[in-house]
Design a binder for this molecule. Structure first.
Ligand code: T4K
Length: 379
């Protein structure tokens, strides 16, 4: 029986897991006038240049090379690091992480994760290293940092490169420096569902100007100069329209974080003592990208899938990030490393995890109603 069902309102409008920042349209149009006046709508004009400089400061990294998506940034950072053969990675991530490896002709070798952080478990990496291993691809899942120092130790010992998918980690710091400084390359996603966005977009962190020069060439078909093509690369450029949007969105980040912090405090206070609801109570320390819970069916009384389905009746659209597990996709499930027994934690997590609505368009009342609804499903 659901408790207090009559008291709980159904939302009039759908409540989604994420909601982009929409900056003041007039200000955006003013900025677009600059683009119109410049005569350059893409191919690395002034807006991209400005946004790269601003983001390098905000993210506390030396240089940024903006791209058309987080996926193109990931694809190119893997190429920049010359990864090949086998790369050890997490199965608990978005499709993009793993596809970026296979699209580069690399075999993903799946490594189990830590139950609490849901990140790759460094101690299990070592057992997976073979003569074909060239690198480690870590993901700071939901904006929670990987064990970057331990991963570096392992990579140095075995002569491996490290690439970080920091798609969720905008503004995150680790040991007081921007998370993008870790690894041989790090990428961000600036998709609309992210804390900071350019509608579609992403970027590679560059350690110095020389790396930026190389990566900039990679996002431009490998064209170094007129009549000089240095590699078989693709188009991964960010347009001026997207960069202009990003420059406006950037003004709202602190306000968005303030709003998200309020929602997080409500979720934290109302859900932390509910039996069978598990979440990382350290989330306040991180970057406010997602609010994700795990549901223990035995203790809560309903499974994650049941809860996800029941929420819909209230017009609330929670998401099973990340289900199915990448290692269970039809094209990866026959890899030796995909065996479920070797990925016990990841398989468990992917059946328990549920992302709750988490963005600045939610009111405190909305967050409380979402908690009321969730609590009403418990036994
Ligand atoms: N690595 C990781 C670990 C990633 O999670 C991602 C992307 C990437 C790499 C690749 O980065 P990109 O190439 O995408 O830059 C979304 C995003 O499309 C994707 O960027 C993101 N991760 C992934 C976790 O989530 P969907 O299929 O869940 O998106 P969608 O359209 O269902 O949006 C979620 C909810 O947000 C919707 O129910 C409604 C709401 N929404 C969405 C959009 C786009 C809005 O209210 N307004 C909007 O404009 O993939």
């Amino acid at each position: 029986m659901q408790k207090n069902k009559k008291m709980i309102k159904k939302f009039k409008n759908p409540i989604y897991v994420s909601g982009p920042i929409f900056p003041d349209l007039n200000k955006y149009v003013d900025r677009l006038k600059e683009v119109w006046d410049s005569g350059f709508i893409t191919n690395s004009g002034k807006q991209v240049e400005k946004l790269e400089k601003k983001l390098s400061k905000v993210l506390d990294v030396p240089e940024m090379s903006l791209s058309s998506s987080g996926t193109s940034a990931l694809f190119n950072s893997i190429r920049y690091c010359k990864l090949s053969g086998e790369v050890i990675t997490t199965p608990f991530t978005f499709a993009s992480t793993i596809h970026s490896l296979t699209a580069n002709g690399i075999t993903p070798v799946f490594c189990d994760i830590d139950y609490e952080t849901m990140n790759i478990d460094p101690e299990r990496i070592i057992q997976l290293i073979t003569p074909k291993t060239t690198g480690i691809l870590g993901v700071h899942i939901f904006g929670v940092p990987c064990e970057v120092n331990r991963i570096k130790e392992i990579a140095d010992k075995y002569g491996l490169k490290v690439v970080y998918d920091a798609a969720h980690a905008f503004g995150l710091k680790y040991d007081r420096i921007g998370i993008g400084n870790y690894g041989d390359a790090s990428i961000f996603s600036f998709h609309a569902t992210k804390l900071f966005h350019t509608a579609e977009g992403g970027g590679i962190v560059c350690k110095n100007k020389a790396m930026k020069k190389n990566v900039d060439i990679m996002r431009n078909f490998g064209i170094k100069a007129n009549e000089k093509v240095v590699g078989p690369e693709l188009n991964g450029k960010m347009s001026e329209i997207h960069a202009a949007l990003g420059l406006e969105v950037l003004r709202y980040i602190e306000d968005e974080k303030r709003k998200r912090r309020k929602i997080l405090n409500i979720y934290d206070r109302r859900l932390k003592n509910i039996k069978g609801i598990i979440f990382n109570t350290e989330l306040k320390k991180y970057n406010l990208q997602y609010f994700v819970i795990k549901i223990d069916k035995k203790l809560f009384g309903k499974s994650r899938d049941e809860v996800n389905g029941l929420f819909k009746a209230y017009n609330v659209y929670t998401r099973k990030y990340f289900y199915p597990l990448c290692s269970n996709y039809p094209h990866y499930k026959n890899n030796i490393s995909s065996e479920r027994s070797k990925l016990a934690v990841a398989n468990r997590v992917s059946k328990e995890v549920l992302a709750l609505p988490f963005h600045g368009n939610l009111s405190e009342e909305d967050a409380n109603s979402i908690c009321d609804i969730l609590i009403s499903f418990s036994k």
